[in-house]
Ligand binder design. Structure first.
Ligand code: SF4
Ligand code: SF4
Length: 299
C-alpha cells in the first residue's frame, strides 16, 4: 500500500500530516521525495545507515569522431546541445553540452551516426537510508543548483518496500516532481487550508490526480480559519474529507521544535489511525465500483 501526501502549494502542513500518519501506524516505510527541501528527517531524526550518490547519464562527446552533423542537437528537446557546423568561416566546427539542461533521455547517443557520444554519470544528489525505531526511512537530497529532481525522486522510489505501508512525502505544487512522486500510489492525501489560495491550488492538484487516475481525499489544516469554500468544493465534487486539523498554537510550537504532534498530543494517534481506516475503506469502495463496472461491460 503506497499513500502519498501532496499539496498544491507549500506551507499547508503536508509534512506534518505525512510524518504523524507514519508515526501512528505499524510496519511503515517513509520516503521523503521533497528532494529540493527534505525536512521529514528533522522530525524522525533517523539513524542513517547507508548513503548512495545519485547520478544521471549525460552525453560526453569524442570530438575526434564527431563530424558536426547536428543530429544530436536536432533530437534534443531540451536544447542541451549546441553544434556549430564547419563552413568557410569556421573551419573546425564545435559542439557544446549543457549538462544542467540534459534530461538523460539517451536519444542523442542512440542517434549519433558517428558513435561519437558516450554517456558519463553526473552527480545530482544524495540518497540516505536509515530508520527511526521500526520505521524505515529514505530521503533524497538534490544538490544545490541542480534542477533535475524527477530522476532523483525515481531513484528514491526504487527503495519502496512492498511489504510495508509506504508513506511518500511529495514536493508541493503540481509540476513534474509531484507527478514523479505520486505516480504509482494507491491513494493520495491532499493537504490544504481553507483560504482562496488553498482552494485555487487544491483545484489544480485535483485535476492532476484525476488525470493520473489516483484516488484521493483532502485534509484541511488550520480548518478553523478562512472560509468554507474548500468544504463546498469537496462536497460538490464528492471528494472525501479525511480530517480537519484546527489552528493550534501548540501544534505550531511543536512543529518549530521538530517534535511530531502525536508524541505530545496522544489523541492525534487515534485521529491519524481513523484517517488511515477511512482511506482503506475508500480504496475498497473504489475497487468494488471498478469491478462492478467491468462486470457490467462483460455482461
Ligand atoms: S550527432 Fe554525433 S556526429 Fe553529429 S554532431 Fe552530434 S556528436 Fe557529432
Ligand atoms: S540525453 Fe537527451 S536530453 Fe540529454 S542531451 Fe541527449 S538528447 Fe538531450
Amino acid at each position: 500500500m503506497i499513500i502519498s501526501v501532496a499539496s498544491g502549494k507549500g506551507g499547508t502542513g503536508k509534512t506534518t500530516v505525512a510524518v504523524n500518519l507514519a508515526l501512528s501506524l505499524n510496519n511503515v516505510q517513509f520516503l521523503d521525495c521533497d528532494v529540493e527541501e527534505p525536512n521529514a528527517h528533522l522530525f524522525f531524526k533517523p539513524n542513517i545507515k547507508d548513503r548512495k550518490i545519485a547520478t544521471i547519464p549525460v552525453p560526453n562527446i569524442d570530438e575526434s569522431k564527431c563530424n558536426y552533423c547536428g543530429k544530436c542537437r536536432d533530437i534534443c528537446a531540451y536544447n542541451a546541445i549546441a553544434v556549430i557546423s564547419p563552413d568557410d568561416v569556421i573551419k573546425n566546427g564545435s559542439i557544446l553540452i549543457f549538462p544542467h539542461l540534459c534530461h538523460a533521455c539517451g536519444g542523442c547517443s542512440l542517434l549519433c551516426p558517428q558513435s561519437a557520444i558516450r554517456e558519463v554519470n553526473k552527480e545530482i544528489g544524495l540518497i540516505e537510508i536509515g530508520n527511526c525505531g521500526d520505521i524505515q526511512f529514505v530521503h533524497g537530497r538534490l544538490n544545490i543548483g541542480e534542477i533535475m529532481s524527477p530522476p532523483l525522486i525515481k531513484q528514491v522510489k526504487e527503495y519502496i518496500n512492498p511489504i510495508r505501508t509506504v508513506i511518500i512525502d511529495a514536493p508541493p505544487g503540481t509540476s513534474c516532481p509531484v507527478i514523479a512522486s505520486v505516480k504509482g500510489s494507491d491513494f493520495c492525501i491532499l493537504v490544504t487550508e481553507p483560504t482562496p489560495f488553498g482552494l485555487n491550488d487544491l483545484i489544480l492538484a485535483v485535476e492532476v490526480l484525476r488525470k493520473l487516475g489516483i484516488p484521493f481525499g483532502v485534509v484541511i489544516n488550520r480548518s478553523d480559519i478562512g472560509d468554507d469554500k474548500v468544504d463546498l468544493f469537496c462536497q460538490e465534487n464528492k471528494i472525501p474529507l479525511l480530517m480537519r486539523i484546527p489552528f493550534d498554537r501548540e501544534i505550531a510550537l511543536l512543529y518549530s521544535r521538530g517534535i511530531p504532534v502525536v508524541e505530545e498530543k496522544k489523541e492525534y494517534v487515534k485521529r491519524f489511525q481513523d484517517m488511515f481506516d477511512l482511506i482503506m475503506s475508500t480504496i475498497t469502495e473504489i475497487k468494488k465500483e471498478i469491478k462492478s463496472i467491468s462486470m457490467g461491460e462483460i455482461v
